[in-house]
Design a protein around this ligand. Sequence first.
Ligand code: MN
Ligand code: MN
Length: 467
Amino acid sequence: MTPKKQPVELEFKPRSCWDVYATKKDRKAMDAMAKDYLAFLTRCKTERETVAYVREKALAAGFVEGVPAKAKTCFRSFKGKTIFLARKGRRPLREGFRLLAAHADTPRLDLKQRPLYEECEVGLAKTHYYGGIRKYQWLARPLALHGVVALSDGRTVEVCIGENEGDPVLTIADLLPHLAQKQVEKKVSEAFEGEKLNIVMGHAPVAAEEGNGRNGNGKRIKRQMLELLHARYGIAEADLYSAELQAVPAGPARPVGLDGSLLGGYGQDDRACVFGSLAAFLAEDTPEHCQIVLFYDKEEIGSEGATSARSHFFEYCLRDLAEVWDKGVKPSEIYMNSKAISADVHAPIDPDYQDLHEKLNSALLGFGPCFCKFTGHRGKVGANDAHAEYVGWLRGVMDKAGVPWQMAELGKVDQGGGGTVAKFLAVYGMDVIDFGPPVLSMHSPFELTSKADMYALALALRAFLRS
Ligand code: MN
Ligand code: MN
């Protein structure tokens, strides 16, 4: 008797992660992961804090710093802003690696190098925004200040203001509606000026004799801010010239919705993928292919500089790795046999702005991580366009692992677009595609992901690493 032929699935039906992961066991694991993820988002609000977290996890998992000859797992970080982790595979390095790359920097307000001043009895700090923000979203909300101050003697002071209970927060005052009649007539792009994103940092002046005396210049509120910063961190105004201080939304990441099924918090683009990649990577053992995880900085401003995806850091690390794990191999051989995922978030259809998406080629929250075959804008300009063969291979990996996934592009043709680190990896000759969970309210101070998508993401990334 001839076996009955399996009917071909003629129509593609996307699957909800909530239906796929419906067992008690899955839901329990999903909840546990969500809890860890929210704690991670609450703790890591800058690229430096994220890299420090990853470093800590790597050391705890027995990873060795540097590229020692004997270790099977190692890591290297650079400038505290980018980090490379690797695990040796059974096959030689020349047969290629499996790479997960995500970015750890997020849109925010950086303090200017000479930020402090006072005006109209308010102590203020000037900012220059970093990355693509919608300026009005940063007004009238509690902010915290995170970062470092480098002293001229070589020491670095870590700063964190506004996160602990009892610690005052900072904020940017917004215009009252009564006086906004002219402003509301303006285009959004003109209504909110970058030079008005000044952070309220103080109000009470130092005592009159101190402020006007030998050390004072009559700016008693600014003086008080400096006194407080000095008391807390031992720093003076000149030290701020060599500081990297970032104003970010204050407070913890939290579950959202009556059922807590969404996860809300700052910086999920792209810390969702940092978290997912790290979780997947650390859960693996001795793999077939060498596994690499890379967390970059400066993606949000076009991947410029020494700690970005355009830097040579990755190349340096790989060259050193090849030296000890597969001596004599040509780097080009390794790269061209390798497969990568540019792990970055994607925009799902926004229920309030559905008309900006083309629904056949858009993602939905809860339907799993999204492949984005090509990025770019207006005729795919500036795109990484993943090869069809690679997409076919990846579909096989995901389907075999039973992980729901979606294919999406960012908005309607000529409406949207964007770039990621994928194109900077593609130039080496490795296969690479963008892949990550949908994030609603992306680049806002409070981004939203689906708990189910985050669970699926980690499983998808594990399946890829193991492939
Ligand atoms: Mn991103
Ligand atoms: Mn982004």
